[in-house]
Design a protein around this ligand. Structure first.
Ligand code: G6P
Length: 369
């Protein structure tokens, strides 16, 4: 009843609001107090093996796959190791090049998803070291992995994943920094600023929740949408993928995420007068490119809703509404950008009167292949 939902009308809304706490718990005890590094004491990589490491494969289903896309990018950028993210049911059947010099990362909220588990067993059989990122202590992936990083999000009841997703990204960030410390890779991105920003992330997620009233207005309008497009570049494209999945899962509105630069190769043909386009712009380096992509859809009549990092200017003139996000390190922006997209899906579903916590045809944990 209402009591177990903490006064919220749905578990999903409760879980969206739990994210500042959940992110804090994921980080707890894992960022060195000096701000110099991370502590992942459940991960025991052999430093010599790390030097020989050829690739990291991140494998998952659904929302966890979207967290994996972000995690893979962070591992490449921070640790300098090639990283590939794949959907578990695809990975299994394509004879992947996985061997002893591979780190395989299984990401699963429940730790029981059949395809993820089977992919993990396949990787193990091929000699990979297997690390699990999961929310459920003692789950199958946790038991069968060589190393486990728990997300500590607390129980997630709503079928549509929210706090499990943001905490998976945080756990993957910790893993990426840990790998960077072991490889000694010093890429163009200093780790110090990232760690500083990571420590402030719970407050930033809290601040991101302040957009709820603005989003509710968009969500009410979204109740009447038939289709929606989510566009972004770089990490914003991955954030867009999760945004469109949330909308589809609970509001049943057809939605598609597209890398903004790829629009003109096909999808632009679908943009008409009034087509809703949610444009994400959280990456300073991609600001100008995003503005020109927004001009492209505006010129075809799209109604643009911009979700931008607060300090990136120039979007208001194209957007019906501009949702402003707190400033964190660019690599961490997907965590704060998740909040308005979750709320948009939530309020669209409420406007349509769907069963928010238990959408039709979907299950919280898919234990069949
Ligand atoms: C189901 C759920 C999704 C979830 C996916 C993977 O489809 O409805 O919300 O992302 O399974 O679940 P897992 O427990 O492996 O993260």
């Amino acid at each position: 009843g209402q009591a177990e939902r903490g006064g919220y009308p749905h578990f999903m809304l409760k879980e969206i609001h739990e994210q500042p706490r959940a992110v804090r718990d994921t980080l707890s005890g894992r960022v060195h107090p000096s701000g110099e590094g991370v502590i992942l004491d459940t991960v025991r990589f052999d430093p010599q093996w790390i030097q020989q490491l050829r690739a990291v494969y991140l494998v998952a289903c659904g929302t966890a796959y979207h967290a994996g896309l972000i995690g893979g990018r962070l591992i490449e950028r921070l640790a300098g190791i090639p990283a590939w993210t794949e959907i578990a049911s695809e990975f299994r059947y394509r004879e992947p090049l996985v061997d002893e010099r591979t780190l395989f990362v299984a990401i699963s909220q429940s730790g029981e998803t059949a395809d993820t588990l089977a992919a993990m067993r396949e990787a193990k059989r091929r000699g990979a070291r297997v690390l699990a990122i999961t929310n459920v202590v003692g789950s199958s992936v946790a038991r069968e992995a060589d190393d486990v990083v728990y997300t500590w999000a607390g129980p997630e009841i709503a079928v549509a994943s929210t706090k499990a997703y943001t905490t998976q990204i945080v756990a993957l960030t910790l893993l990426a920094v840990h790998l960077a410390e072991l490889t000694g890779f010093t890429g163009p991105l200093g780790r110090k600023n990232l760690l500083e920003s990571l420590r402030q992330l719970p407050e930033a997620v809290e601040a991101a929740l302040h957009v709820e009233e603005d989003i509710k207005a968009i969500g009410d309008a979204a109740g009447g949408w038939r289709d929606a497009f989510f566009i972004g570049r770089g990490l914003d494209y991955f954030a867009a993928l999760e945004g469109q999945l949330k909308l589809k899962e609970i509001s049943y509105i057809h939605a598609e995420a597209y890398p903004a630069g790829e629009l003109k190769h096909g999808t632009l043909a679908l943009i008409e007068q009034g087509t809703p386009v949610i444009a994400l712009a959280t990456q300073p380096a991609l600001r100008e490119k995003m503005i020109s992509n927004i001009e492209e859809v505006r010129a075809r009549g799209a109604t643009v809703y911009a979700v931008v990092r607060r300090d990136l200017s120039g979007f208001e003139r194209y957007a019906r509404q501009t949702v402003k996000l707190p400033v964190v390190h660019p690599l961490l922006m997907p965590v704060v950008a998740a909040v308005p997209l979750q709320l948009l899906a939530y309020y669209a579903a409420v406007a349509k009167g769907t069963d928010v916590d238990k959408p039709r045809n979907l299950a919280k944990s898919v234990t069949v292949e």
